[in-house]
Design a protein around this ligand. Structure first.
Ligand SMILES: [Fe+2]
Ligand SMILES: [Fe+2]
Length: 194
């Protein structure tokens, strides 16, 4: 049986991955055409990364899932420490990216490459982070957690679900999500497939 916590984590990773991959593709198209991207749309995407993956998904992993794994098993401690440290620096990395975007918007072409590189680094970092969770941490959870652990986790993970995984956004977020969904390629969003 697959626990809903695991399905939710994998679905949120897939949505985040699609969003992350779409940003360098978008930047690449603009570089080739010598045009400037839609800065407001890029700001919306970075804001989303901060609101959902950073503040909710990672919080639930670090505050709920990882402590249970540490309590049940001595395995993969180093990886859990590393993932926790990456969650802790996530917000700072987003601020850095937002600032690089602002520099590109305000100063134009001379700052284009710096923003592209900051995006590439961030995307590679997060893909590796999610791959480590899926390859090592989720299988460990399946082996060691108890039915009571799963019941508690499932309740928490089912709350505040990421609208990028097809769930109705909370009223405050509706406008933000309809904007983003038009930029991200199918099947996650409605934007053009590339
Ligand atoms: Fe994580
Ligand atoms: Fe995760």
């Amino acid at each position: 049986m697959t626990h809903s916590t695991l399905q939710i984590i994998r679905a949120e990773h897939a949505a985040l991955s699609a969003m992350l991959r779409s940003i360098p593709l978008l930047l690449d198209q603009h570089r080739r055409h010598g045009s400037l991207p839609d800065f407001a749309a890029l700001r919306a995407m970075l804001f989303y990364l901060d609101e959902f993956p950073e503040k909710r998904h990672h919080q639930k992993e670090s505050m709920l899932l990882f402590p249970k794994l540490r309590a049940r098993s001595p395995l993969q401690r180093e990886q859990l420490d590393r993932l926790d440290a990456e969650h802790a620096r996530g917000e700072r990395d987003i601020r850095h990216l937002e600032h690089a975007l602002l520099e590109f918007e305000m100063l134009g072409e001379p700052r284009r490459r710096a923003f592209e590189l900051a995006v590439e680094r961030y995307v590679a970092f997060y893909q590796a982070h999610m791959a480590m969770e899926e390859q090592h941490i989720l299988p460990l959870a399946e082996r060691v957690l108890s039915p009571a652990d799963w019941a508690e986790l499932d309740r928490a993970f089912e709350a505040n679900r990421d609208p990028m995984t097809g769930h109705e956004p909370e009223p405050d977020y509706r406008a933000l999500f309809s904007r983003i969904v038009n930029l991200v390629p199918a099947p996650i969003g409605l934007g053009p497939s590339r």
